[in-house]
Design a binder for this molecule. Structure first.
Ligand code: ADP
Ligand code: MG
Length: 478
C-alpha cells in the first residue's frame, strides 16, 4: 500500500529585540530566574502593554523577504488558557489579522531538485515563561524571564511531503531569519523552535488525513526523527484498522518516539478576542517601502550572483552563501587576490572550513583573515610554493606564526624551480634505485610514479612538480 506523508510546520523565531514585545524588560538570555519579568510581563492589574516598534519592523522585514503581503492593519488578540507559566491567563498573539500572509520559500532538495513551499501566515506574539521540573524535588519551578519575549510564528502550508523536506524547509527558514538579522537562530537557547503537524493519506486521496502535532522540537535532527517516527506510527495504526486522532504529541529524544500529551484544542477553546489594551497595528506604506529598501541581499539572490559573477557551481555557491559572514569572507578573499574565484572557493570550503570545524570556531572568529588567505594564495599563483606546501603554510598562519612570506622564508619552503638543482636530486634518486631503473626501462611504466614520489621526498616536497615530472621523464629515458 502506498502512503503519502503531509507535513506543515509552525516555527517560532524569537525576534532579536533588546527589550520585550510589550514592555521595557530585557530579553537577554541566561539571567537569574525571574529577574527580567516586569509588572507588564506578569499582567499585573492596571498595567498597559506598549508595542515594541523594532519587533514590528522585524516582522515586516520577514514578510517582505518571503514575498508575503504585509498587512497595513493587523490586530492583537488574547488567546486565553491556563498554565502555570502564563500567570496572566492569556497570551497576546495575532489571530484573524496577522502581520504577514501568503508568502513562499524556495527549498533545495537532493539531486538538484527544488520546490516552493507556501507560507500561510506569520504573526507576532509574546512568549510564555518556563516551567522547570528538575532541581525542585517533586515540585516545579517557574521562571518568567521569557514571558513577553517577542516571537514571530511562521505557519507553512501543508506542502511538505517528507521528513527530509521538512528539515530542508526549516533550515532555509533559519538561514533567512539569521540573514535578515531578526533572530539569532540559537536553537539550544530556544530562539528557533518548531511544531510539526504530520498526517498520512493513501496515494491519490484528495482529502488530507487527520494530523498529530508534535510540539517544541528544537533541533533539525529531532525534527527529522520525530517526523519519521510519527509517519511509521500513523501508517501502522491505520493498517492495523485503527484511526489517527487529532492530538498534541511530545517527542522523547532518549526513546526516539512521540507520545500523546493532550487532545487537540480547537480555536474556540482559546476564546480569542481583540486585546482591548492594544490599538490595531497600522503600518504605513512609506514605512513598508523604507523597510523594503533596508533588506539585505537574500540567500537565493546571493547564491545566484555567486554563480554568475564568480563562475561557481550551484553547489559551491550554495555552501559559500550558507551565512552572510561566510559569503563576506569569500568575497573579501577574491577581492584581495583580485581574481581566481575558484581557487578561493576551494580554500574557503576546504582547509579554512576544516580548521574552523576542528577548533569549533565561527568564521567571524577565524585567526586567518581574508587578506592573509589571499596572501597565501598569491604565493601559489606566482609559483613560490606548491598547493601542497601551501597547506603547511596555512597551518602555520592559523597557529599565528606570522605572515605567509615570513613563514616560507623561516621554514625554507620556497619551491625549487632551478632546473639544475632539481636535476641533481633526480640523479641521486636514480643512482640509489638501479633495480627500479632497469625495470622501468624494460617497460614497467608504472614505476614512473615511484620515481616521482622518491624525488619529491628527496626535495622535501619543494621541487616544482611540473619541472620535476619533465626532467625525470627525460633522465629515466636516458
Ligand atoms: P492550528 O492553528 O489549529 O494549529 P492550522 O490550521 O493553523 O491549525 O494549521 C497548523 C499547521 O498544520 C499548518 O502548518 C498547516 O499547514 C498544518 N496542517 C493542517 N492540516 C494538516 C494535515 N491534515 N496534515 C498535516 N499538516 C496539516
Ligand atoms: Mg498549532
Amino acid at each position: 500500500m502506498e502512503w503519502e506523508t503531509v507535513i506543515g510546520l509552525e516555527i517560532h523565531a524569537q525576534l532579536a529585540t533588546k527589550s520585550k514585545i510589550f514592555s521595557g524588560a530585557s530579553t537577554a538570555y541566561g539571567a537569574d530566574p525571574n529577574t527580567q519579568a516586569c509588572a507588564i510581563d506578569l499582567g499585573m492589574p492596571g498595567v498597559l502593554p506598549v508595542l515594541n516598534q523594532d519587533a514590528v519592523r522585524m516582522a515586516a522585514m520577514f514578510g517582505l523577504a518571503i514575498g508575503a503581503e504585509v498587512a497595513q492593519r493587523s490586530v492583537f488578540a488574547r488567546k486565553n488558557y491556563f498554565y502555570p507559566d502564563l500567570p496572566k491567563g492569556y497570551q497576546i498573539s495575532q489571530y484573524e489579522l496577522p502581520v504577514a500572509q501568503k508568502g513562499q520559500l524556495h527549498i533545495d532538495l537532493e539531486q538538484g531538485a527544488s520546490k516552493l513551499i507556501g507560507i500561510t501566515r506569520a504573526h507576532l506574539e509574546e512568549d510564555a515563561g518556563k516551567s522547570l521540573h528538575e532541581d525542585f524535588q517533586g515540585l516545579s519551578g517557574i521562571d518568567l524571564n521569557r514571558a513577553g519575549t517577542p516571537l514571530l510564528e511562521i505557519v507553512s502550508e501543508p506542502d511538505l511531503r517528507s521528513a527530509k523536506e521538512a528539515v530542508a524547509y526549516m533550515k532555509k527558514l533559519h538561514q533567512m531569519v539569521v540573514y535578515l538579522g531578526i533572530c539569532d537562530g540559537n536553537m539550544q537557547e530556544g530562539s528557533f523552535r518548531c511544531d510539526a503537524n504530520v498526517s498520512v493519506r493513501r496515494q491519490g486521496d484528495p482529502k488530507l488525513g487527520t494530523r498529530a502535532e508534535i510540539k517544541n522540537l528544537n533541533s533539525f535532527r529531532f525534527v527529522e526523527r520525530a517526523i519519521e517516527f510519527e509517519i511509521e506510527r500513523q501508517i501502522d495504526l491505520i493498517e492495523a484498522g485503527g484511526k489517527v486522532v487529532q492530538e498534541t504529541r511530545l517527542y522523547d529524544p532518549d526513546k526516539g518516539e512521540t507520545r500523546s500529551m493532550r487532545g487537540k484544542e480547537e480555536a474556540n477553546d482559546y476564546r480569542y478576542f481583540p486585546d482591548p489594551d492594544l490599538l490595531p497595528l497600522v503600518i504605513d506604506q512609506d514605512v513598508i517601502a523604507a523597510i523594503r529598501a533596508s533588506l539585505p541581499e537574500l540567500p537565493d539572490a546571493k547564491k545566484q550572483r555567486f554563480i554568475t559573477q564568480y563562475g561557481l557551481s550551484g553547489y559551491d555557491a550554495g555552501v559559500l552563501t550558507t551565512s552572510r559572514a561566510l559569503g563576506d569572507y569569500y568575497e573579501a578573499t577574491v577581492a584581495a587576490l583580485s581574481g581566481e574565484p575558484k581557487l578561493c572557493a576551494n580554500w574557503v570550503m576546504g582547509d579554512l572550513s576544516a580548521f574552523l570545524n576542528k577548533d569549533n570556531r565561527e568564521i567571524t572568529d577565524s585567526p586567518v583573515n581574508p587578506a592573509q588567505l589571499a596572501g597565501l594564495l598569491r604565493r601559489i599563483q606566482d609559483g613560490t610554493i606548491s598547493g601542497k606546501i601551501a597547506k603547511d603554510v596555512f597551518e602555520a598562519l592559523w597557529a599565528g606564526e606570522g605572515e605567509t612570506d615570513a613563514i616560507i622564508e623561516k621554514r625554507g619552503l620556497r619551491q625549487i624551480t632551478d632546473a639544475s638543482a632539481i636535476e641533481s636530486v633526480i640523479e641521486a634518486v636514480i643512482a640509489a634505485n638501479p633495480e627500479q631503473l632497469a625495470q622501468y626501462r624494460a617497460g614497467k611504466d608504472k614505476l614512473f610514479g615511484f620515481f616521482v614520489g622518491q624525488a619529491m621526498k628527496a626535495s622535501k616536497g619543494k621541487a616544482n612538480p611540473q619541472q620535476l615530472n619533465e626532467l625525470l621523464e627525460k633522465k629515466l629515458k636516458g
